[in-house]
Design a binder for this molecule. Structure first.
Ligand SMILES: Cc1cc2nc3c(=O)[nH]c(=O)nc-3n(C[C@H](O)[C@H](O)[C@H](O)COP(=O)(O)OP(=O)(O)OC[C@H]3O[C@@H](n4cnc5c(N)ncnc54)[C@H](O)[C@@H]3O)c2cc1C
Length: 409
């Protein structure tokens, strides 16, 4: 590890590895630091198709195509009564390769991205935790304090510090910039099964979102390689985790209330213990400062339902990298330069946030809405693909907003 870098990236998840790969490729000396030993376990296995363009930019498409990750060509919704929607096949809307994506085992996927950053020229260290981000008297980030595996602490100078620490959101927490979303105080319990029943054919790789009968919770069903399926339950934190006993007990109770899932698990066997996450939705009130910028979950996280997290992580990583590269060239690493992409990003991400609100409005039926507004099927598929940065991206809300307020009044 050198004592000074152009760019220091904290966190070796999809956001950090994307940023580091691109800044290193552009010739900036780049250090990528990850506190865990890679490969490390992580939730969030279902990708959004629009991640395709970031894979292309990174030069990773062939690695993805040749991997054993399950292909995802569709998503499907199952109601509380077990009624299945027709799958949303992305390629029926757009036949190009970019309309498909993958379901990834995150330990393997993140490790691949981390190694890719090294191949592009970044100095990468796992098992190495950042203990502090250092600021000068003008509140400009000037580097990081790093704890190595042998517990020694070393200060590293940086012209830019990128916070890609995920839900730790190191800088936002340190500077008091993190705001919980009171409307999305959710929790999740998830585990993995072998032999869960999948649809035959292409839809076998679909992410399936299943409501429970009470509609108090929903399950994700994400098919992975080796016939393993990730199956997780999401609901209000208060409902799921307060006073109901162990995660296993709560999970089994919700499973018993989810007819769509029971049929799929008849011959399945659980392969892991239960994992729990809670209150993962938040925003940040400032995304960049002089010499620092936030990417990925450190920037904010909406909700798992539409599988936008990893795409957003990689996309913000790409956008931040471009701002850093440009800023280095013009010797301008101000807050404005490093965060110049964030307003446009927020304008697109807002559509996913609005779609999340629609799903959690139990009085509203999406199926019924689409029957009356068939012309929005394509707009909805675009949002599920992640095409949120076009002028038309929010068109569905011209009719959806009035229908939603009618249902809730
Ligand atoms: C219940 C749940 C289900 C989800 N399902 C999906 C899904 O199906 N699809 C999807 O796209 N997204 C999903 N997500 C979201 C997804 O997990 C995240 O959006 C994604 O992992 C963000 O990537 P990241 O690189 O920003 O952060 P992370 O992947 O969390 O990476 C951050 C890294 O920083 C490291 N780090 C933290 N602090 C330090 C430090 N001080 N020093 C050094 N390293 C540090 C961490 O160890 C970690 O490896 C889900 C999230 C939740 C909570």
């Amino acid at each position: 590890m050198k004592s000074a870098y152009d760019c220091v990236v904290i966190g070796g998840g999809p956001a950090g590895s994307t940023t580091a790969a691109l800044t290193a490729e552009a010739g900036l000396s780049t250090l990528l630091l990850e506190r865990e030993k890679m490969p490390r376990f992580h939730v969030g296995e279902s990708l959004m198709p629009e991640a395709y363009w970031v894979f292309e930019r990174l030069g990773l498409l062939d690695k993805m195509r040749n991997s054993d990750f399950v292909k995802k060509v569709s998503v499907q919704f199952v109601s509380g009564s077990g009624k299945e929607s027709s799958p949303f096949f992305f390629k029926e809307h757009d036949p190009r390769e970019c309309s498909q994506t993958w379901q990834v085992e995150r330990a393997k996927f993140d490790h691949m991205l981390f190694d890719h950053a090294a191949e592009k020229g970044a100095d990468t260290f796992d098992n190495t935790r950042v203990r502090d981000v250092l600021f000068d008297e003008n509140k400009r980030a000037r580097g990081v304090a790093v704890e190595s595996a042998d517990k020694s602490i070393q200060e590293i100078e940086a012209k830019v510090v990128v916070d890609a620490t995920g839900q730790q959101s190191f800088i936002a927490s340190k500077l008091g910039l993190r705001n919980d979303r009171p409307d999305l105080k959710k929790a999740a319990i998830w585990t993995y099964y072998k032999n869960a029943a999948r649809d035959p054919g292409e839809n076998g790789g679909a992410t399936i979102i299943m409501h429970t009968k009470s509609k108090d919770a929903w399950f994700w069903f994400i098919p992975l390689a080796d016939d393993i399926t990730s199956i997780g339950c999401v609901a209000d934190n208060q409902y799921l985790l307060k006073g109901r006993g162990t995660p296993e007990k709560v999970y089994e109770e919700e499973l018993a209330d989810c007819p769509g899932l029971q049929t799929r698990l008849q011959n399945a066997e659980r392969t892991q213990d239960y994992h729990v996450a809670k209150e993962f939705s938040y925003t940040t009130s400032q995304r960049s400062g002089d010499g620092w910028v936030l990417v990925g979950d450190a920037y904010g996280f909406i909700d798992p339902i539409y599988s936008s997290g990893v795409f957003f992580a990689m996309k913000t990583g790409e956008l931040a990298a471009d701002a850093i590269i440009e800023g280095h060239a013009s010797n301008n690493l101000s807050a404005e330069q490093l965060g110049k992409w964030t307003a446009d990003f927020d304008a697109g991400a807002k559509w996913i946030s609005k779609l999340v609100d629609v799903y959690y409005c139990n009085e509203f039926s999406f199926g019924k809405f689409l029957k009356g507004h068939m012309h929005h099927q394509g707009n909805l598929t675009d949002l599920l693909i992640g095409r949120i940065f076009t002028p038309e991206a929010g068109n569905i809300f011209n009719d959806l907003d009035p229908a939603l307020s009618e249902a809730t009044n």
